[in-house]
Design a protein around this ligand. Sequence first.
Ligand code: AGP
Length: 605
Amino acid sequence: MCGIFGYIGHRNASSLLVKGLLRLEYRGYDSSGVVVKNGQLQSYKDIGKISEMATSLPEFKGSMGIAHTRWATHGGVTKENAHPHLSNDGKVAIVHNGILQNSDALRKRLKRAGVQLNSETDSEVFCHYIAMALEEGKAPLEALQSVLSMTRGTWGVCVLFQEYDYVLCARNGSPLIIGRGKDEMFISSDPHAIREHTDQLVALEDGQIAKLDAHNFQVMQTDGKEVVSHLLQLEEEWGESELGEYPHFMLKEIHEQSQSLQHCISGRLRHAEGTSVLGGLQVQPQELAQLPHVRLIGCGTALHAAQIGQILIEQWARIPAVSHVASEFNANDPVINPKALHLAISQSGETADTLSAVKEIQRKGADVYGVVNVVGSSIARQCGKGVYIHSGPEQSVASTKAFTNMVGALALFALQLGRSRHLSKTKGKSIIREMRTLPEKIRAYLEQPGPIEQAVELVTKAKSVLFLGRGISSPVASEGALKLMEIAYIPCLAYPAGEMKHGPIALIEQDSPVVVIAPNDGVQERTLNAIHECKARGAKIILIHEEGDPISETADVSIPIPSTMPMLTPLLSVLPTQLIAYHAALALDNDVDRPRNLAKSVTVE
Ligand code: AGP
């Protein structure tokens, strides 16, 4: 949510800032702006896409600047509310990611002091208070410290001064990464926007401030006490951040799933022993013997992957497992058993709700393992242990290949856990054999995806769409519904197939589209009941089923997927739901990669 990029060095700042913002665009894209120091602070901002802002950006000279791409929280999407914000004397510019909870009080105090406010944002207060403190004779660092002492909330904030040749930044709850190049420094909300410039990265921790010039940076606590900061050891990730031949990142990422799953499982399967090895997720035999349960936590797509992981762990390892909506986790003062295993699942590794659940669990004495995509992200660092899912960069707001790799990594973990308990070597080997075939099956399906257009025609005409699945297909139904809602803006409801008759069936009218996920998995027969109940009321069934399965006869639109073992079907059955969402969004002329109101990393609670 909101992206920050900064540059201090010897090159033209303006063009580097725009490039950095474009890499961060998935964090928010309702407005953007840059400010560059060249004697004066020269600033430009606008609503709309970064590429549009960039075409009208004046040619600023100067080799030091900060920039921002916004996802609106306080104040509507207007030019005035876009960042950067400048003090009225033009001497201080700020960009901010986060939410200031006491901004109303701070704004009122400024008004009483006669300061003119130029936006409706919470963020703007930073520049005015810093300017006032400078006016009172405070040094820039002291001025920032004094503002931070009066604010409550979250911030990743960068400050540029007209009269000083350095940038100050501070973090509390919103990520900021510093990159050190040769006689140049970078600041970014995400490591991947800096990595093309340098691999010397340092992540600021909550409660820290940094002072950067072109040659050095200094990290300190908010009280000014210097801290030793450690370079992030980032493994090289696979994958391109560019669109290449694809029209949209979402389509590119859908098609990368065969390759990304391969990256997730390769080197982690041990066929001879019928098990898997996840370096960062090894449960010691003693811990295992006392393990009461496993809890999996995530939001959105990561939650759906967690729900699948829960079923896999129960099925293969026979350990009670439960998944939780991260945003609800802290609401009810959860009881934490320090002997239990906790997994936090996140693509970005920055989701505030998930991060806050991790902290709550740790505060109550238990460890949390991260199942994360972005290397060096806040959740990965906060957990301190866990596994990377190796999806490569995922840039479309609608998550696809990260889902596949979350499920892939959780399947590996469930297998490992199962094998250290009662799962037989023979069963383990058959799971491994099947997992190895999946990348090819994904590729083959995507080459011949079936009558997606027919499904799209039904859903784009509908008032709402019902998604049904049973057992391990129930979270897939939820994932399909989420995808269609977030990019096609069609109201969708996902329900466990058997639960449909307890309420949602009332929604069905003549021609209502119902997407049913019904692999041949042992519970299919009961899903068939739901299909007949829908059909009897005039619904049109879009059926995702295994190829050659006679259940296809019940479908109005039959979408066959390759067969696999029941517990691994989500890795294939999710694919048509992603394609339906993608093509529906296109048919409705929506911005597929930048759906309205959303952002890729949700860094506010
Ligand atoms: C998925 O398509 C969504 N954009 C969203 O639900 C996302 O999965 C959720 O915000 C969690 O993100 P994370 O995996 O980065 O934690």
